[in-house]
Write a protein that binds this ligand. Structure first.
Ligand code: SF4
Length: 318
């Protein structure tokens, strides 16, 4: 049993929590509910966070995995595609069903879609670095005909990759990968294929990169790192991994209820961060729970504010 009222220093990572793409995707669902009334259908979790999904469900959003789950009598209601992006077949399917859809794909994911298309049009063989089965990867693979893109997940995959023409290869990556692990994979590809075409600007997005950098700085100076985020959130899972690599015992939790105080046995410094899909209210909930048990000193890391914003779809801003 943990002793209470002991001193505990909290280091809050900065930046943490919502990114511009997540903020935009949630706003799209909220504005669609306001403009068109409930229900608003959302294909797949709008962002991978339980709190966000449950909050939108309470407002009248209905989450489905496929468009054929939308009942015929609700076909005039909007359906929103999630921030992770969708294969090209999905808007085609929506159009063939006469559905009114709003695309909440993060513009930084759309950028990867455009780039892969550009490489394809230039006749290059394309490698996508990412995690099999993640909706963003499914969406990016689905921009091009089956077999046009080869998914690789590890350095071993990069070593085994055998293109038809090694002089005519390009790569793209998922936006929410580990910056360091991806650098190793990319280095392997560059060594094997010196002429490989690379993204114009890094595909791993600014939010993923900044949150991982913040965790590296704090993770090395704390005993335990708490990451607010859901288990299916790629960028949140990566933050816990980065924290462990930096030397902290890192735990991924959905909210304050997921916190096991036994993890903090003997800890003097606890770092806290939140994935790009986890709202600040969850961080504050954990702080409130810790304040009931410890004599807290909270130190907030300093970071340049993130200024990225994305436009909303025209149908919602009139
Ligand atoms: S994590 Fe990056 S790519 Fe994903 S929604 Fe946020 S800004 Fe967009």
């Amino acid at each position: 049993m943990i002793e209470t009222n002991n001193p505990l220093t909290i280091r809050l990572c900065a930046p943490r929590g919502f990114c511009a793409g997540v903020d935009r995707a949630i706003q799209i669902v909220v504005l669609a509910l306001k403009s068109y009334g409930a229900p608003v259908y959302v294909r797949h979790e709008i962002v991978h966070n339980r709190y966000v999904v449950e909050g939108l469900e309470a407002k009248g959003a209905v989450f489905v995995e496929e468009l054929d789950e939308i009942p015929a009598e609700h076909r005039a209601q909007p359906v929103v595609f999630s921030a992770h992006g969708v294969p090209k077949s999905v808007p085609e399917d929506a159009a063939s069903r006469n559905l009114f859809y709003l695309d909440a794909t993060c513009p930084l994911v759309s950028k990867v879609h455009v780039e892969t298309q550009r490489h394809y049009d230039a006749g290059r063989e394309i490698v996508l670095v990412g995690h099999a089965g993640h909706p963003e990867v499914v969406g990016t693979l689905g921009q091009l005909p089956e077999g046009a893109v080869t998914l690789i997940e590890t350095v071993d995959d990069a070593l085994a990759y055998a293109p038809r023409d090694p002089a005519n290869v390009a790569f793209a990556t998922q936006t929410t990968l580990s910056v360091d692990d991806t650098a190793e994979i990319v280095e392997t590809l560059r060594t094997r294929f010196p002429a490989i075409a690379t993204p114009h600007k890094e595909d791993i997005c600014y939010a993923t990169t900044n949150r991982q950098e913040a965790v590296k700085a704090v993770g090395a100076r704390c005993d335990v790192l708490l990451v607010l985020g859901s288990a299916n959130s790629s960028n949140s899972v990566r933050l816990a991994e980065v924290g462990r690599k930096a030397g902290a015992a890192a735990y991924l939790i959905d909210d304050a209820e997921g916190l096991n105080l036994d993890w903090l046995q003997g800890a003097r410094v606890v770092g806290i961060t939140a994935g790009a899909s986890a709202p600040e209210v969850l961080v504050q909930g954990v702080l409130a729970r810790l304040a009931q048990c410890f004599d807290l000193t909270v130190q907030e890391a300093q970071a340049e504010p993130e200024t990225v914003t994305f436009k909303l779809p025209r149908a919602l801003v009139g």
